[in-house]
Design a protein around this ligand. Structure first.
Ligand code: HEM
Length: 534
């Protein structure tokens, strides 16, 4: 099999380069005059479009698109290349509002998207349009609005963080070793989302970094990475042929998806049996609720897989980038530590749901961190009918229309000249109150990090609860410092992550006497002095 795979890889690469070379020569000879540098997209040639520059930039597509978008007067570009749909890429907030809300019906995810993810996500909420989507959305929105789910999330969080995450960090500190914070947070959020959705998680030392990642999490990693590569392939035909003859990455994908399906189906059947035997109503997890609502096993399985995908790496990515940004902004980090201590002391409790609401500065830091490093870096829809976007860009039926939260967070037109600065202040209504004021309401189409409109993220509130609880709990006890200097690399798979992880050293946080006095003063004061904020 390995020889078939190597032969296939070699043949397909050789074929691709031969075709590319042939087309390049053809272009140079006959069409050189026709090259277009419109300023609204990459240089394009007849027949191959921008295939050459696309291929050259294939490993840095996000930054390439962002650069082109910032050079376009409307922040929109059109990308044409051989072997792919005409693609409109936009960072224009009016266009984004139009496609996500005003003309929502014309911009479903579409077949090309659902085809890429279909083997993995089936008909789960993430991967369907129309009535199939509407029904699941209604069902899940209802469950997400219940207080009992919120309470269940808080209890699960407390258990996971206090009894597992913090002890693991303490033991890393005691042994004076470095640990990959991204890996640790990924393990934690995977267990969290499995508990909230399935009511179960791989418990046995799954957070311990000296233990291998659990097979289910690994299968999710493999599946989402290979699906993301399908979506970014220069020629989609290549993965379709590999799938047909079951070689290479497509074979690995099939095995990984099989593992996910078997595991989730087993949990569903166990839960149904358990509920039948005990004539019980199950627990507060989502699975018990879906079973009670009478849905069939396949629908529940696909929905659960979509959920685990949605709720897993998103929050861990956001927290990882925040910890890195804080290490580059020690004054802001110090203010955050003060804010957490202040809130805890004021309420004379450990972190609970109400106290999390008061962590305004932390909220602002998370929003600002996700502006620069959004966990879902881009998202595509496919036009049903011909249309014209508000900035005048023509859309043809079947075109791919992509909006890029990563690029939007970097547009001077949207965020000003200091867009590149990590400045949580921009999110606070009264920055002089240093985090005690309210969070500024931001147009969701300017900041579509959680998408916006009818299909916005259902788990946003849960995500903030989780991220605030975890970040605040770590900051109160530990100081984490990256081992490596330099800016990490942002890798946008289905959900983004940091290339190579974030190796850190952990130290015990010492709350100084000065800070202690400061807390006492702050507890009595309405407007604490957060001098170094953004
Ligand atoms: C920082 C954390 C998160 C971010 C940035 C985020 C972002 C997003 C984005 C951009 C979408 C739209 C994706 C698309 O349609 O292709 C989405 C959808 C969704 N998210 Fe989140 N998400 C986060 C956390 C969560 C969590 C914790 C959950 C669940 C527990 C969740 C559940 C969902 C679901 C179910 C959808 C599908 C909604 C629909 O299609 O109607 N998300 N999220």
């Amino acid at each position: 099999m390995i020889f078939t795979f190597i032969a296939w890889q070699t043949l397909s690469t050789a074929f691709f380069f031969t075709v590319l070379y042939f087309l390049h020569v053809l272009n140079a000879k006959f069409f050189q005059q026709a090259v277009t540098f419109s300023g609204h997209g990459p240089p394009s040639y007849p027949v191959i479009g921008c295939l050459i520059s696309f291929y050259k930039n294939r490993r840095r597509l996000l930054d390439w698109y962002t650069q082109l978008l910032s050079q376009s007067p409307t922040n929109t570009i059109v990308v044409r290349r051989l072997g792919a749909k005409r693609t409109v890429v936009t960072a224009n907030l009016k266009n984004v509002q139009y496609m996500l809300k005003t003309n929502f019906k014309n911009y479903p995810k579409g077949k090309p998207f659902t085809e890429v993810l279909g083997d993995f996500l089936g008909h789960g909420i993430f991967n369907v349009d129309g009535e199939l989507w509407r029904t699941q959305r209604k069902l899940v929105s209802h469950e997400f609005s219940t207080n009992s789910l919120r309470e269940y999330v808080m209890n699960t969080l407390r258990e996971e963080v206090e009894n597992r995450l913090l002890p693991v960090m303490q033991s890393v500190l005691t042994e004076n070793k470095a640990v990959d914070l991204q890996d640790l947070l990924k393990r934690l959020t995977f267990d969290m989302i499995c508990k909230v959705s399935l009511g179960t998680a791989e418990q046995h030392r799954s957070l311990d970094p000296t233990f291998p990642i659990c097979p289910l999490a690994e299968a999710f990693d493999v599946s989402s990475e290979i699906c993301a590569r399908r979506g970014a392939a220069t020629l989609s035909l290549s993965w379709k042929i590999k799938r047909l003859i079951r070689v290479g990455s497509e074979r690995r994908l099939k095995e990984a998806v099989q593992e996910v399906h078997v595991f989730v189906s087993r949990v569903i059947r166990d839960k149904i049996r358990d509920m039948n035997e005990r004539a019980a109503s199950g627990n507060d997890d989502l699975l018990s609720r879906l079973i009670l609502a009478g849905h069939d096993e396949r629908t529940i399985r696909d929905l659960m897989i979509s959920f685990i995908m949605a709720g897993r790496d998103t929050t861990s990515a956001a927290m990882t980038w925040l910890f890195w940004l804080l290490s580059q902004h020690p004054n802001i980090k110090q203010d955050l530590v003060r804010e957490v201590e202040l809130v805890v002391k004021k309420r004379r409790s450990n972190l609970d749901y109400e106290s999390l609401k008061e962590l305004k500065l932390l909220n602002a830091c998370l929003l600002e961190s996700m502006r620069l490093y959004p966990p879902v870096a881009w998202d595509s829809k496919h036009a049903v009918e011909d249309d014209v976007l508000p900035d005048g860009t023509i859309v043809k039926s079947g075109d791919r229309v992509t909006y890029i939260p990563y690029g939007m967070g970097r547009m001077e037109q949207l965020w000003g000249k200091d867009w590149f600065e990590f400045r949580p202040n921009r999110w606070l209504l009264e920055p002089e109150k240093g985090g005690t004021g309210e969070i500024r309401k931001m147009c969701p189409y300017k900041y579509p990090v959680f998408q916006a409109g009818p299909r916005d993220c259902i788990g946003k509130e849960m995500a903030f609860i989780q991220m605030k609880y975890v970040v605040a709990s770590i900051l109160r006890r530990f100081d984490v410092e990256p081992v490596n200097q330099g800016c990490p690399v942002f890798v946008p798979f289905l959900t983004a992550h940091m290339a190579g992880g974030l190796p850190v050293r952990i130290r015990k946080r010492n709350i100084s006497k000065h800070d202690g006095n400061e807390f006492a003063r702050l507890i009595g004061a309405n407007a604490p002095d957060f001098r170094s904020l953004g």
